[in-house]
Design a protein around this ligand. Structure first.
Ligand SMILES: Nc1ncnc2c1ncn2[C@@H]1O[C@H](COP(=O)(O)OP(=O)(O)O)[C@@H](O)[C@H]1O
Ligand SMILES: [Mg+2]
Length: 252
C-alpha cells in the first residue's frame, strides 16, 4: 500500500486550474521528487495534501486512510510535516527552541500536569530534548543551536526549517524547493541529509525541486507536472529525457 496516494485531485483559484486530475502514489521509504516549470501547481499540490486548502475534487489517502476532509492540524498529528518555499520559523527564537516547538504537535501533558512538573512530565521533556539533539547532530547544527534564527545565514535557516519539520517525527516529509537559495556546497550537504533522513530516520520524502542534479542524485522516482496536470512519473533519467517534460520546460 502506498504511504501517500492522491486520486484525481483538483483545485481552482478564480480562473486558474492550479491542479487538475492529479493522481500519484508514493511508496513508504521512497525519495520522490516533483518537478515542473513555475506555476505548474507543485506547491498547490503540497497545500492540498497538507490541507492548507481544501480540494475541489479528488481524494488524499495516507497509508490507506482517507484524509481528504480532516482538519489541517490533524494532518501533522497523523505524521505529515512540511517545509515552505519561503522559510517559516520563529526568527527571534534560538535554533534549539524552534526545533522544540516543532515537537508540540506530538501532544503534551495536560496544562495542570505541566504546572505540577511531574516525573512523567520531566521524562517527556528529556525525551523531547533527546530527539531534538539527534536532529541537531544529523543536520550538523551544533554550532548554531543557541543562535537566534534571524541572525543565521539563509542557507542555515533553510536547514533549521527542515529540522523543525523533522522534530515532529513525521512519517512523510514534504520539502518545497529545499535547495533554492543554497550554494553548490550547501546543496551537496542537502543531498546527503535527504538520504540520511530516509535511511537513518526511515522517513518518506517528497520534494519539489528545481535543481535537476539534486533530483537525479537523490530521487528514486520523479513526477513531472505542467499546467496543473501530471505529465509523467518514472526514474529520474527517463523523466528528464521525456519529450513532454523537455517541452514543458521550454514552453515555460
Ligand atoms: N492562493 C492562491 N491564490 C490564487 N492563485 C494561486 C494561489 N496559489 C497558487 N495559485 C496559482 O496557481 C498556479 C500554480 O501555482 P503553484 O502551485 O504555486 O505553482 P508552482 O509551485 O508549481 O510554481 C499559479 O498560476 C498560481 O498563481
Ligand atoms: Mg512552488
Amino acid at each position: 500500500m502506498a504511504l501517500l496516494e492522491t486520486r484525481g485531485l483538483a483545485r481552482r483559484f478564480g480562473g486558474i486550474q492550479a491542479v487538475r486530475d492529479a493522481s500519484l502514489a508514493v511508496e513508504a521509504g521512497e525519495i520522490f521528487a516533483i518537478i515542473g516549470p513555475n506555476g505548474a501547481g507543485k506547491t498547490t499540490l503540497f497545500n492540498l495534501v497538507s490541507r492548507v486548502y481544501p480540494a475541489d475534487a479528488g481524494q488524499i489517502l495516507l497509508a490507506g486512510e482517507d484524509i481528504t476532509r480532516i482538519a489541517p492540524h490533524r494532518v501533522a498529528a497523523l505524521g505529515v510535516a512540511r517545509t515552505f518555499q519561503n522559510i517559516e520559523l520563529f526568527e527571534r527564537s534560538t535554533v534549539l527552541d524552534n526545533l522544540l516547538v516543532g515537537r508540540h504537535c506530538r501532544g503534551r501533558a495536560a496544562p495542570l500536569a505541566e504546572l505540577l512538573f511531574t516525573r512523567a512530565n520531566r521524562r517527556a521533556e528529556v525525551a523531547h530534548r533527546d530527539k531534538v539533539e539527534r536532529i541537531i547532530e544529523l543536520l550538523e547544527l551544533q554550532a548554531h543551536r543557541d543562535t537566534s534564527v534571524g541572525a543565521l545565514a539563509y542557507g542555515v535557516r533553510k536547514v533549521v526549517e527542515i529540522g523543525r519539520a523533522l522534530a515532529a517525527e513525521p512519517r512523510l516529509l514534504l520539502l518545497d524547493e529545499p535547495s533554492s537559495g543554497l550554494n553548490a556546497e550547501e546543496t551537496e550537504d542537502l543531498s546527503f541529509w535527504i538520504r540520511d533522513i530516509r535511511d537513518d530516520f526511515g522517513i518518506t520524502v517528497v520534494m519539489i525541486e528545481h535543481d535537476m542534479r539534486l533530483v537525479d542524485l537523490v530521487s528514486d522516482r520523479v513526477l513531472a507536472m505542467d499546467r496543473g496536470a501530471v505529465l509523467a512519473v518514472g526514474a529520474p533519467a527517463a523523466i528528464m529525457a521525456d519529450a513532454r517534460v523537455v517541452e514543458a520546460y521550454l514552453g515555460g
